[in-house]
Design a protein around this ligand. Structure first.
Ligand code: HSE
Length: 294
């Protein structure tokens, strides 16, 4: 096998209470082609400044090749970029997961899924996006004292509609993390712990009352909201349209709302004249994660 096409879904991390540990995969995809070549690295389909060996798709491809001891020379073609960049929908995880998956597959799958996941997590720095990007559905992840990641994948109920709200501005992850306090109150820790303990089962059951409660959070969102332009207006619009919960997707700038019926059209109508170009898009859960495609 010399060539492979790989599709990786967008991901939404945190889901309110699951700060830095939970994420879901959504049906919005980046598609890449990887082809073995005798020497060097060629990257096609992105701006010149990213077409070099620092591109995360190549970094991940090479990391897997180095681990298995094979030639990392490759031509990477970015075929489709459905996942917006720097918007809290896991675009960097799509690069990393595609590169690692392709390198393993093109060399006969010597690494297990878990080993590929480990490499992806190390490159991304945390597992909350790479786990659902690789495995699909809802993933709850932990890392042990050696930083080895473990994840549990949970099926997501079809009762829930997922609508992302994407603005025209970016929120830098670095700024969103710098906005967080170093210390948290015990009652806030307990508030999130008790919710995240039920988060996976709430997504699995699709019980709207439970989801309404367990997606609430006190550890990150209230500190980050000042970085978002007119987020309160958009949040109010989502609730007026029938959302059961509203949360920041990853570190932003996209937000995510859950509902029991489709609210995309109603919401777009309500927000269309608001500043900052917010657009609502309903997305299904991606069950399969990173996948070889025709
Ligand atoms: N869990 C991370 C955060 C996601 O909220 O900062 C960003 O990559």
């Amino acid at each position: 096998m010399n060539k492979i096409k790989v599709r990786v879904p967008a991901t939404s991390a945190n889901l309110g209470s699951g700060f830095d540990c939970c994420g879901i995969a959504l049906e919005l995809y980046n598609v890449f082609e990887y082809e073995k070549i005798p020497k060097g690295v060629i990257i096609i389909g992105c701006e010149d400044e990213y077409a070099n060996e620092n591109n995360l798709a190549y970094v991940a491809y090479k990391a897997v090749c180095d681990k298995i001891g094979v030639n990392p020379s490759v031509k990477i073609t970015i075929l489709d970029t459905g996942v917006p960049v720097s918007r809290g929908l896991g675009s960097s995880a799509t690069l990393i997961c595609s590169g690692a998956y392709a390198a393993n597959k093109l060399h006969g799958c010597p690494l297990s899924k878990e080993e590929v996941f480990e490499i992806c997590t190390e490159l991304e720095g945390h597992p909350d996006n790479v786990a659902p990007a690789l495995f699909g559905a809802f993933c709850t992840s932990v890392t042990d004292m050696h930083n080895n990641p473990y994840t549990v994948r949970t099926h997501v109920s079809k009762r829930i509609h997922f609508t992302v709200l994407i603005p025209d501005f970016e929120v830098k992850t670095q700024d969103a993390r710098a906005a967080l306090p170093q210390m948290v109150k015990r009652e806030d820790a307990v508030y999130n712990m008790s919710r995240v303990a039920l988060l996976a089962s709430a997504f699995k059951s699709g019980d709207p009352e439970l989801l309404r409660i367990v997606t609430k959070d006190r550890l990150h969102q209230r500190y980050r909201k000042p970085l978002f332009k007119n987020i309160e207006d958009v949040e109010n619009a989502a609730y007026e349209c029938g959302a059961i919960s509203f949360m920041i997707s990853g570190a932003g700038s996209t937000c995510l709302c859950l509902s029991t019926k489709s609210i995309e059209n109603k919401l777009n109508e309500k927000i269309k004249n608001m500043p900052n170009g917010w657009v609502a898009k309903e997305l299904k859960i991606s069950k399969y994660g990173t996948k070889e495609v025709e």
